[in-house]
Structure formats: C-alpha cells, structure tokens
Design a protein around this ligand. Sequence first.
Ligand code: SAM
Length: 304
Amino acid sequence: MLSYRHAFHAGNHADVLKHFVTIQLLQYLNQKDTAYSYIDTHSGAGVYALDGNFASKNAEFDTGIGPLWDRTDLPAPLKEYVDLVKAMNPSGKMRYYPGSPYCADQVAREQDRLRLFELHPADAKILADNFRKVEAHAAAQGVRPTTRGKRVIITKGDGFQGLKALLPPPSRRALVLCDPPYEDKMDYRKVKDMLAEALGRFPTGTYAVWYPLLHRMESRQFADKLKQLPAEWLNVTLTTHTPMPDGFGLHSSGMFILNPPYTLEPMLKQVMPYLVQALGKDEGARFTLETGTQVTGRSRLSGA
Ligand code: SAM
C-alpha cells in the first residue's frame, strides 16, 4: 500500500520524538572515530516544505516543531535538534523541515555511510533530488568533497527486504532506523521479523523503531512483541493529549530501541518531562520510559 506521504505529517510531535532521539543516537556513535553506517529502511522524501500544500493541509507541525521554535530554555539534546532544523531555515522563518535522512546527513561525518531505502516512486525521486542539492551545497562550501555514490546510497525499493544485505556493516558499527507507515497492519509483523533476522546477522547493532500508539490491537501489542527479541531494549513514548472519542488523530507514539547506548536513558529522563510540558495539550499528556532485556526478563518503568 503506497498511499502514505510523510509530507502531511512533517514536524509533528511524533517527528520531534523520532528525530531528536535519532540525532542523539548518532551523536553517541560520533564519539568514536571509526566509521559507521546509518541505515534508514523507510526514508521518506528527506526534506519537507512546511508551507507546501501537503504539510500546510493540517499544519501538524503546530503539534511538534512549532511550539519548540522560539523556546529559549530547551534542554541541550532538544536544542541540538531544533538548531539543526533552524540551520536549514537561515531566514529565521520555519519553512523547511528535515526528514530522518537529512538529520542523519547533518550529524554523520564524512567517513560514515548513509544507506537509504524508499519504496514510493515519487518520494524516492524527491529524496534523490534533495540529496543532490545537499551534496552540491556541501561541496560548494568546501564542507566535504562530493561523495555521492559512496557516502550516500539511495535505493528505490523495499527497506524490510533490503536491510539484510547490508548486515553486518564493514565497520561493525551501525544505527538502523525503521519507520514504516503502519497503514498496513502487516507492517508490525514485518518490523519484528526484520529485526529478528537483523539481530541474527548483526547482534550488536543499534536498531531504532518508531511506532504509533493507536487503538488497533497490532499497535497496542507491538512494544511487548519487540521486547521478546534477544537484545537489551529501551521503550520511550510521548502522549500529547487524551485520545479523541472517535480515535481521530495521532495522540501518542513511541521509539523502541534495541541495544540502546547507556547514555540514552538518563538523557531521556532529563528531556521527556520538558517535552510533555512543551507539547502537551491536556491532562492526558505524559511520557513513559522503560528499559529491559529479554535475556533476563528484567524491566524498569518510569514516566510522568
Ligand atoms: N523516516 C522518515 C522521516 O522520519 O523523515 C519518514 C518515513 S515515512 C513515516 C514512511 C515512508 O516509508 C514513506 O515515505 C513510504 O513511502 C515508505 N515506505 C512504505 N513501505 C516501504 C517499504 N517496504 N520499504 C521502503 N519504504 C517504504
């Protein structure tokens, strides 16, 4: 099913959670010089125009990046994310929003590799066009030589299928982001199967999965299913408001991370209360933060 276009949702509260966590995971990898691979199984278009027809339709960015834009009291990890978005908007007006591949491109270094999958023909083309512009801009500024074709490889194809051929990566260091649309309920199953196979090939990789918290059973049971995978895990969710009685709209989403860096949990304990306060719409706003490991069956829960 290829009806989903991320442009409708760009910059919403779910993107804030996903992108700020992804940036922190990459910053952790940056602490060592050795190159790593960033693999995005569901890349989207890479960059979104917030004043374009898609994004302005429901103005979902008003639930996410919008309320953070002018805050002067951002905790450092959130500030890094907001600064990255501001850097692509030099006029100071919030016009463009970065997708996950663009965030990764900005944080990853010259020696790192980006492997990007996108199945939708239109978004795959926009993604490739956007990266041509990004690389040309970087080369013009002397930031890095034009490394397209080596540093960044974009594949128009199925990321669920494509991941296994990239594992283990040459440097044995990688972050995999898996962010499917979930409009097809089979996506839940495909994510788990993909991760099970990926862990078999590359058990020490870090795998980050974004997911929506919806009424449908597959969504409610999803995190518990992922907890059965053979790795340490961290599950963080952000709820911005009480669900509507008709179930309309996304009120809550999560990031489930396998093999999270030890720095992630303390960082989230610091930042999530701020995000709840900044993006929360009513008394239903809250976060949960849980860690554990399937190997010992241990788990810890915190939240507000
Ligand atoms: N990760 C992006 C970001 O944060 O900016 C957003 C991705 S969006 C939620 C999901 C994308 O997955 C859509 O662009 C959709 O076309 C694409 N897609 C759907 N099924 C796919 C598949 N099997 N393999 C690769 N991409 C797929």
